[in-house]
Design a protein around this ligand. Structure first.
Ligand SMILES: Cc1cc2nc3c(=O)[nH]c(=O)nc-3n(C[C@H](O)[C@H](O)[C@H](O)COP(=O)(O)OP(=O)(O)OC[C@H]3O[C@@H](n4cnc5c(N)ncnc54)[C@H](O)[C@@H]3O)c2cc1C
Length: 449
């Protein structure tokens, strides 16, 4: 393997764990197991579903979007929630529940709806996104060294954000300088340049529905489900024990030290446990008095299988900022995703909401309307933190570290964009190497729990 891990040195006082259990085989858990295995750690990966990448990582928007790492919480959001309240097709919907977990999370989220709070999170998220890019390159090299291809329908054709209203474009323009300073090239495009770059937008252009765009050529897209499957298999080839169809019922902690996990009829011993259970993370950690603010935010996607002769299919990934939908081409499929519903853990697929994603797609690209009979709808729960950054690191309860209990979750809208970087950083921390990234901004201690 050409570039397996960073060459950071281990701290002399740190003893790397002899066996680690990773809970959850989504993007984040499979990458964490793989990164640990690359560092020679013995790992068991436990997943309650029958395979990897079958929950939130199943059919997301596909965007690997370093250029769009700003959190959702922002000054415009409370107004939008009120404006759309009660509308079945609202891109952002609050479904109040008699559930203190929801209200507490919502209060924290609303407190983050300030421009300064949003800006504060951009650079830490960007660093994780850029590390993810580097790790995905390294994974591809590792697969090539094994004589394999990391098959995840990846394409680096850039992401184009299109704006229908000028004021949206003007606000977004302010971010270009910040991104350029951080080394991520972005450029503003006129409406004509947008359609020149992506001819599939011709109809919107002709209807004068594009005020302009911002293009980030180094961003890309790929299929997170394929990635999770590929990484789980690669981790197994490195010796990871992948236990699918097994649910962790509890994490075992004795005398402030993690000792393993309890499955239905077995105790799996480990001296470290990583909770990467997506939206279920907070619930698994509650027995330790931890109230991690990770709450599910439901989203929908529609996937359209493409035939070779299909006309005017986009090759560039698009974010339609007005319709709140993202569009990615994943090999011979087109995926559109959107919707945010704060309404608990219910995974019922509601057709009016699912179809509103399809309608947003055909609003932007009417030529896709003909593909409706092939549409495959899906919904999933984003594991969201209130401030839009994941929680990564070792956990402490009442200011006492629970030795060997780690979390890697809460990536919300950006799990694909930031997952591999989070995994590499946490693996470095667990193994006692000097992390490439400062993980302080991702500590759970930023929330008073
Ligand atoms: C509609 C939509 C569009 C999105 N678009 C994008 C995008 O374009 N770009 C982007 O970067 N991100 C996007 N995201 C976000 C991204 O998909 C998520 O952040 C990411 O999938 C979260 O991955 P995860 O591994 O944390 O969680 P999951 O994929 O949910 O994995 C957690 C796993 O843990 C397992 N598990 C839970 N509890 C237990 C237990 N007790 N025992 C054993 N296993 C357990 C679950 O079965 C699951 O497989 C989107 C999300 C949605 C919903």
């Amino acid at each position: 393997m050409t570039s397996p891990v960073s060459s950071a040195v281990s701290s002399p006082s740190h003893v790397a764990p002899s066996h680690v259990v990773v809970i959850g085989a989504g993007i984040v858990g499979t990458a964490t197991a793989y990164e640990l295995a690359l560092r020679g750690v013995s790992v068991t990966l436990v997943e309650r579903r029958e395979g990897a990448g079958l929950e939130t990582s199943r059919a997301n928007g596909g965007q690997l979007s370093a250029c769009e790492v700003a959190p959702w919480a922002g000054p415009e959001v409370p107004g939008l929630i009120l404006k759309w309240f009660g509308r079945a097709d609202a891109p952002f919907r609050l479904r109040p529940k008699p559930d203190p977990e929801q209200w507490l999370w919502l209060m924290r989220f609303l407190r983050r709806c300030r421009a300064s709070a949003r800006a504060e999170r951009v650079l830490p998220n960007l660093e994780l996104a850029l590390l993810t890019r580097a790790r995905l390159d390294a994974y591809r090299e590792n697969f090539a060294a094994e004589g394999r291809t990391l098959d995840m329908d990846h394409a680096q054709n850039g992401i184009l954000r299109v704006f229908r209203e000028r004021h949206g474009l003007e606000e977004a323009r302010e971010g270009i300088g910040r991104m350029t300073q951080a080394g991520v090239e972005q450029r503003e495009l006129s409406p004509a340049e947008c359609v020149e770059l992506e001819p599939a937008l011709a109809s919107s252009f002709q209807k004068d529905e594009i005020a302009g765009g911002i293009y980030c050529p180094s961003d890309g897209m790929g299929d997170a489900h394929l990635f999770s499957r590929e990484l789980a298999a690669a981790a197994e080839r490195l010796g990871v024990r992948f236990r699918a169809s097994e649910e962790v019922e509890a994490i075992e902690v004795h005398d402030g030290k993690t000792t393993g996990v309890r499955l239905a009829d077995e105790l799996v011993a480990a001296d470290a446990v990583v909770v990467a259970a997506g939206p279920m993370t907070a619930r698994l950690l509650r027995p330790f008095g931890l109230r991690l603010p990770i709450y599910p935010v439901k989203g929908y996607s529609v996937t359209l299988p493409l035939e070779e002769s299909e006309a005017a299919v986009p090759n560039v990934s698009i974010t339609d900022e007005s319709r709140k939908v993202v569009v990615s081409r994943l090999g011979n499929r087109l995926r559109a995703a959107g919707q945010a519903e704060i309404g608990g853990y219910d995974l019922t697929l509601e057709m009016p909401r699912a179809r509103s994603v399809f309608q947003a797609l055909t609003g932007l690209m009417p030529q896709m309307g003909a593909l409706e009979p092939r549409a495959e709808y899906w919904c999933g729960l984003r594991p969201m933190s209130p401030d839009g950054s994941p929680i990564i690191g070792e956990l402490a309860s009442r200011n006492r570290t629970i030795r060997g209990l780690y979390v890697n979750s809460g990536h919300g809208t950006l799990g694909w964009t930031m997952g591999a970087g989070s995994a590499a950083s946490l693996a470095e921390l667990i193994c006692g190497s000097a992390p490439q990234l400062d993980l302080t901004p991702f500590s759970h201690k930023r929330f008073s729990l």
